[in-house]
Structure formats: structure tokens, C-alpha cells
Design a protein around this ligand. Structure first.
Ligand code: ADP
Length: 227
């Protein structure tokens, strides 16, 4: 038995199934993310990276194969179970921060915790702790528009980790930043992950960042190959 936190087994996904323009994006993807492991996902544009991340994050279901979270086969479960597993166990970060503009940095990190049943006091304490880990304690009261791109992304990481998920899925989280800022934001992510046992699958075009992760996989012709 595997002790992988997130496992994809023979996952397939096609678009326009049965039509002349059918695209077989994933043709049998196998991936096992171990606890505490950071894996870089490298893929040329259009290779199916977003499709893979959506399936791994339980936002979309595969056509074939199965997805397992903490040993539990999610594929056969109903929408309710998938949604609650996603809320508890998976954190997302995208290329753009998607923070709520009318709320402060601190409030953006508090809100998902309230939705998950935390008390206001606990949620505020955790949000403050996360902001301190990424060096943004003095920006807690700022709204996203008053933060730099790198600061916004660091807050987005904190929000993704607010409910202490097992897995972080990131879709080019530094793709929108200049190289210096990108480095800083990645370092903040490493600080957040250090010692927590969190696993991360991070799609990136940046070879320097990919090199700093535990291992690298490439999505090629619908399957994952080790780099
Ligand atoms: P990436 O994130 O690597 O750029 P995507 O997963 O977004 O790739 O897309 C992979 C392929 O599947 C692309 O050719 C894209 O045009 C196609 N595709 C993605 N979503 C859909 C959809 N909803 N319907 C039809 N084709 C899609």
C-alpha cells in the first residue's frame, strides 16, 4: 500500500469525445506525491497542465483511471464528498492572485477558515502567523490593490494554506512576476512548506525554480515522464 498523499492512477481525459476533433489530453497519467514532497510540473503550453491540476484538485473528474487523496479513492465519490475533501485537503494558487479586492490581506486569509468552521479568533491568529512567515505582518491591513505583485502572491499562498491542506497545487504561481520577485515569492513558499509535511505540485516554466524542488516531472504526449 502506498502512503502517497495524492495519487493519480492511469488518469485519462479527452475533450470533444466522439467528435472528429476529439483531443486526448491525458492518456494515462500516473503520479504519486509523497508527504512533504515538492514536485515541479513542467509542460509546454497546451500540453494539458491545467487539465491535470484541475483533476488532481478534484475540480474536474477524469474519464478513466482514479484519483486518491490520503489513500481514499475519490473517483467513485459524490460531489459532496469531493467538495469537502477539496476544502480540507487541497490548496490552490494560480498565476493571478484572485484575492478579494474589498478585503484586507488578513481578512482574505481569515475567510476560508470561517467557511471551514474555525472561530474568528482562531482564524485571525492563524492568518497573522502565516503573514508573519512570509514577512508581511506590516501589510496585514492592506487591501490587495495596495500590495505589490509579489506581496499579493505571498498573501495568496497564505490563503491557500489557511486551512492546513495536505496538498498545494500551484499553476505557474510566479509566472506573472519579474525574476527577482519570483525568487522571493518562491522562497516564501519554501518557508511556508518547511516542516509542515505539506506536499506541493507546482507548475512552472522557470527552470531555476524547478531545479530547487525535490523532483521534476514533464507532461508530454499525455503522460508524465521523470526529468
Ligand atoms: P495547458 O494548461 O498545458 O496550457 P490545458 O489543460 O489548458 O493545457 O489544455 C490542453 C488541451 O486541451 C488544449 O489543446 C486545449 O485547447 C484543450 N482544452 C482544454 N479545455 C478544453 C475544453 N473545455 N474543451 C475543449 N478543449 C479543451
Amino acid at each position: 500500500m502506498s502512503d502517497a498523499v495524492l495519487e493519480l492512477k492511469s488518469v485519462t481525459k479527452s475533450y470533444n469525445q466522439g467528435l472528429p476533433n476529439q483531443i486526448d489530453v491525458l492518456r494515462g497519467v500516473d503520479l504519486a506525491l509523497q508527504s512533504g514532497e515538492m514536485v515541479a510540473l513542467v509542460a509546454p503550453s497546451g500540453a494539458g497542465k491545467s487539465t491535470l491540476l484541475h483533476i488532481a484538485g478534484l475540480l474536474d473528474a477524469p474519464d478513466g483511471g482514479s484519483v486518491h487523496v490520503a489513500g481514499q479513492n475519490v473517483s467513485g465519490k459524490g460531489d459532496g464528498t469531493r467538495t469537502s475533501l477539496r476544502r480540507q485537503d487541497v490548496g490552490f494558487v494560480y498565476q493571478f492572485h484572485h484575492l478579494l479586492p474589498e478585503f484586507t490581506a488578513l481578512e482574505n486569509i481569515i475567510l476560508p477558515q470561517l467557511a471551514n468552521g474555525s472561530s474568528q479568533a482562531d482564524a485571525a491568529a492563524r492568518a497573522a502567523e502565516l503573514l508573519s512567515l512570509v514577512g508581511l505582518s506590516d501589510r496585514a491591513g492592506h487591501r490587495p490593490a495596495a500590495l505589490s505583485g509579489g506581496e499579493q502572491q505571498r498573501v495568496a499562498f497564505c490563503r491557500a494554506l489557511a486551512n492546513a491542506p495536505r496538498v498545494l497545487l500551484a499553476d505557474e504561481p510566479t509566472g506573472n512576476l519579474d525574476p527577482g520577485t519570483s525568487d522571493q515569492v518562491f522562497a516564501a513558499l519554501m518557508d511556508l512548506v518547511a516542516g509542515t509535511g505539506l506536499s506541493a505540485l507546482v507548475a512552472t516554466h522557470n527552470p531555476d525554480l524547478a531545479a530547487r524542488m525535490d523532483r521534476r516531472v514533464k507532461l508530454e504526449n499525455g503522460v508524465l515522464v521523470d526529468l
